[in-house]
Design a binder for this molecule. Sequence first.
Ligand SMILES: [Zn+2]
Ligand SMILES: [Zn+2]
Length: 453
Amino acid sequence: MWAVPESTGMRKEIFLKIQSVNGFKDILPDSTARWRRVEEAARRVFARFGMREIRTPVLEKTELFVRSIGEATDVVEKEMYTFADKGISMRPEATASILRAFIEHGLHVRQPVHRLYTIGPMFRHERPQKGRLRQFHQLDAEIIGANEPYVDAELIAMGRMFLDELGLAASLEINSLGCHSCRPPYKAALVRFLEERADGLCGDCRRRLHANPLRALDCKNPGCRALVLEAPSLLDNLCPECGRHFQEVGEALDAMGIAFCVNRFMVRGLDYYTRTTFEFLTGDLGAQAAVGAGGRYDGLIEELGGPPLAGIGFAMGLERVLLLLEQKEKETGSPEEGMDLFLAAPGQEALVSCLTLAHFLRAKGMRVAMDYSGRGLKGQLKQAARSGARYTLIAGEEEWARGEAVLRDMSGGGQRPFSLAGGLEERYRRLAGLLQGAEDGPDENCTAPPCQG
Ligand SMILES: [Zn+2]
Ligand SMILES: [Zn+2]
């Protein structure tokens, strides 16, 4: 039971509109269809590659991200939503969670290679700036348990095919970050190179010069960019195994006809990457931006307490994919979505007959809209147009009494009589046949009077 204090003054308060949290955005009905098309394209393409879906919680122990992503990364240092007293954080990316689940449930015991993907929201407390969301969505794909270079090529090819499926252009860049044997000596050489030129580095690069020197290679600061052009390249310092791996990835991509270029400055922000890294880039969103990116992370599963298995994955930023798709559809138009049929019942008298028919048609799989206001035919037809229905069946009291309604094609405006005789099943069959037939061409024998509306 609620005890309501008498003098709360609640009723006198002016209630302010409550708005969403900064950086957390609603996805409204006008765009959810596009979201679904993107997600469906991913599921369709991923299935061709034997990928299976996994869904993990949005909250994980903070330790998981510290150990996988790395302590000296922007993500862990400043961007995670962490409940400090509970030692848990909202996931800033999906790979760590997928691997945690993979290890926890011992999935590797059942089969050697796993192809997993997930689609969902991620959370990063970034400075709010144009287009940067704090809840954003990613499509994440991982192949665990295989270290062959052709696996890298296959995963990259899948990312490419997903973008192709949506008709989106993006260029592909690849690089190698070496392994635990060839990267440390390279890192040491890079640190020496940067230390000698520390005065020319930006504050961020100077600060993480020892913890994460590779980041200087992809720093956006013009001073750093000019400076690293002279820096030693990891590609020239790969161990023989890493060199061969990188070459075979390139050969496999060539064989599949997938164009790419090598970018020796691509390092990715996360510590765990080894060997192949790659990015899909687009210039269609203003500045050059990554739509998706990924890489190999051999050794990470073991570091997280799992078996010594190799892994490679990528993540696509769905907000960016959506923006690209929206841009494309402005030019090419978007696929039709809307109702199959609007059931217009002018006046109150025919409402129940129409509702009964609508319910039956919906149960048969038709998308049927109705308006229950009892407004006149003109208003009903306006509603019908707004609903995006392809056809309108006009069936007011008069039509039911006569036993014949009017079926109107909402795109061309042509119409034909429709008999209301028989039961619901008969009406459904006739209607389905007419809707199908109407698509093949206009009915030459239509004798219905033109409708006033
Ligand atoms: Zn190596
Ligand atoms: Zn810098």
